[in-house]
Design a protein around this ligand. Structure first.
Ligand code: SF4
Ligand code: SF4
Length: 399
């Protein structure tokens, strides 16, 4: 528990929250569940689409709760819902459980907020129903709208494992829709699902870096992987799978403000997402939602230029394609290590990076000496993002 989310609520933020009708959310009142009526807001600025076969009218921007915690997090989420955001994603792994508790804090204080959103839960352990039960308890609800279970490698057995989990949860009324999350071998996983279980999943939460390449990458290996990804995404949509985007660069775009985030979001939607999931951690970012104009799906020439400039600024960012992992002679989870590097170096989420590294079950000291003169991952990476040095650097954070 550190970093920016532990900043105390500033006086400016507190005043802004209370003047928006959330006066009853002062700490004491919040703790006792004495919320007032939902904030009176102008008509939501955010248009909605349809989330695949769930038919849910998901707003084009949705709320990733990966960095919120405590009562301040609950207030930020409330402000976002009051502005019209109607899809929320959380998991027990975010902020060491703080995210689920913050979301649950809002729902328990005013149950109407649970009914205002399509609630998505990420699951890591399909064989452990208590994982879902614990989250439901902390969220103060008896069901979620979709469970998104990890599916990062194209291993056919995984489909059956997810089906057993999700069929059981649906039968017991704990989950309404099926789903998976992938930020690993995206093309391999999507192609496997299209072949083996094209009608099973209702929703997919997909890393979308592959959808937004800088112009300088066109025509090279990255472009080939990207074209394959876009085709797979459209095939999933055609099957009725609702697409939530993550890791598209939206977090960075949000931090740059509406002038960058609006065109970025439109580009991600154009590529095939039904809703752009992004973490929203401050009241300023919530207020930015009011400035977005997403009514037209078409990007103006100025918006296309803004997207191109933004993509150029991250031309060597990891595409999350897992090509490196497949090439590693030591079967190291190289793409996961690069994702952890992103959390640690780029986002500054040191605690989250440490927890994710722990989940890999690797010995950091051994990893720091693992590669020798191997360069297999560097040779295949389409954007020059990875090397033995990069792997050792990640290991060094956790020795
Ligand atoms: S350099 Fe290291 S991480 Fe990369 S492929 Fe070789 S052994 Fe694997
Ligand atoms: S490091 Fe390179 S090969 Fe590995 S997932 Fe990222 S972009 Fe793909």
């Amino acid at each position: 528990m550190s970093e920016r989310m532990n900043e105390p609520c500033s006086r400016r933020e507190f005043l802004r929250t209370t003047t928006r009708g959330a006066a009853a959310m002062s700490f004491g009142a919040f703790a006792s569940g004495a919320l007032g009526a939902p904030t009176t807001q102008p008509a939501p600025a955010l248009p909605a689409g349809v989330l695949g076969r769930t038919k849910y009218p998901a707003t084009l921007i949705s709320y990733g709760a990966i960095r919120i915690e405590d009562q301040r997090g609950s207030r930020i989420l409330k402000a976002a819902i009051d502005r019209g955001v109607n899809l929320v994603h959380t998991s027990a792994s975010y902020v060491g459980g703080g995210s689920v508790r913050a979301v649950g804090g809002l729902f328990k204080a005013d149950k109407r907020y649970r009914d205002k959103v399509f609630l998505c839960l990420k699951s890591y352990h399909p064989d452990r129903e208590s994982e879902i039960d614990d989250m439901l308890r902390d969220l103060g609800t008896d069901h979620v709208d979709v469970v998104l279970t990890e599916f990062h490698k194209a291993t056919p057995d995984r489909i059956g494992i997810l089906q057993a989990q999700q069929d059981s949860l649906k039968k017991k009324g704990k989950v309404r829709h099926t789903g998976f999350v992938c930020h690993g071998d995206m093309n391999g996983v999507i192609e496997l699902i299209l072949e083996k279980a094209p009608d099973y999943f209702d929703v997919a939460l997909i890393a979308m870096r592959l959808a937004s390449l800088s112009d300088e990458r066109k025509g090279d290996r990255a472009d080939a992987e990207s074209q394959r990804f876009l085709k797979n995404l459209q095939a999933l949509r055609k099957q009725g799978v609702g697409i939530l985007s993550m890791k598209s660069g939206a977090k960075d775009a949000v931090e740059k403000g509406a002038a960058v985030f609006q065109p970025h979001a439109k580009a991600v939607l154009e590529a095939g997402a039904d809703s752009v999931l992004t973490s929203i951690n401050t009241f300023d970012q919530v207020e930015m939602l009011d400035k977005l104009d997403l009514k037209s799906p078409h990007l103006s020439p100025a918006e296309r230029k803004a997207v191109a400039d933004f993509q150029d600024s991250s031309a060597s960012a990891c595409l999350m394609c897992a090509t490196c992992t497949k090439a590693c002679p030591q079967s190291l989870p190289v793409n996961d290590l690069m994702r952890i590097r992103l959390y640690h170096d780029t986002y500054g989420w040191h605690d989250h990076a440490r927890r994710e590294f722990a989940r890999l079950g690797l010995d950091a000291a051994a990893l720091a000496r693992a590669c020798g003169d191997c360069a297999a991952c560097a040779d295949v990476c389409p954007v020059g993002h990875v090397s033995a040095q990069a792997v050792h650097r990640v290991a060094s954070y956790f020795v």
